[in-house]
Design a protein around this ligand. Sequence first.
Ligand code: SAH
Length: 359
Amino acid sequence: MNIQKIEQILKDQKQPKFRLGQIKKAVYQDGISSFSEISTIPKELRSVLEKEKILSFEVEKVLVSKDGNSAKALVKLSDGNKIETVLISPKVDIWSVCISCQVGCPMSCAFCATGQAGFKRNLTAEEIVDQVLFWKQYLKNDSARPLSCREYATSSPKGRGGILNNVVYMGMGEPFLNWEEVLESLKILSDPKGMAFGSRSISISTVGIPGGIEKLTEDFPQVNLAVSLHFSQDEKRDEFMPANKNLSLEKLKIELEKYFQISNRKVFLEYILFSKINDSEKDAKNLLKYINSFKKSQLLHVNLIRYNSTDSKDKFISSSAEQTVKFRNYLLENKINCTIRRSLGADIEGACGQLAGKK
Ligand code: SAH
């Protein structure tokens, strides 16, 4: 929702200040899909606002996974660029939204479909927040229906209700390369008069950008932080994640240590297991060594992620379930907090690393 525009309309219509609060509540919290649904404002104002759209973009398509527990929307922005956003149900009636913050991504991680597709532009705070708004409307009712819809699941999230509980900045893009707009979106998402998410229900994921974690620490330390680590040795990380050349593992550690000093909060280390690349016992030992080199190593939590295939001529192969468990057990035996993340949405290419903004 374009708040400045709404404010201007209210001014032009000589409306009292509290109208904005009523509109924000209806849009952000009640999830209405059209301004005409706001029953708390005068009819004449409703008819003026009716001409405006709530969302800044059109949703071209929604794909629903076979089990009905995740959905991916292909979004067409007002300039024609396309992004994707994902809805996931980690538990019955609980929903998480995974949002994009850039069209594409300049980080070029070798295993990520978004990174391989290149970078187009940053998203605005409005475009970022609207992704969450769209899913809120979608869960509420049918009127958020996209232009075309392929729903082959027996049960769809649409109209299912439930609680929209979490927002993760784990879609397309690198949040710290678009910090101003991401910060603005965080303010709206966490504002009790905005979307009212608890800060602890919001997570930001980064590959590690020089000064990025510092900005988070200064501007918005109360949200969760995840770092896409994947490799615990610079040679390997350099090879598959070019961003490592700008922020080596040692430098990343310095940034994280500063974060711990101020926030004293847990940080998630994301680690995709690639067969024969980073999943051996030696790799687990290296990771352990890296984690133990932190002063507050107990604040690091490893999240092991399944590799989701991004194209058929893939040079990466996901580690076997057996190898994954072995890797986890090694870390657990050495007192490192570690979990294996359940992957959802792979059949609609809506899982981590599969978002490319294409049909
Ligand atoms: N640029 C940020 C935000 C994107 S988060 C970051 O990288 O953290 C997307 C997450 O999915 C990252 O942890 C990323 O490393 C992971 N990912 C990328 N490609 C993947 C793939 N093919 N399979 C599984 N996870 C992948």
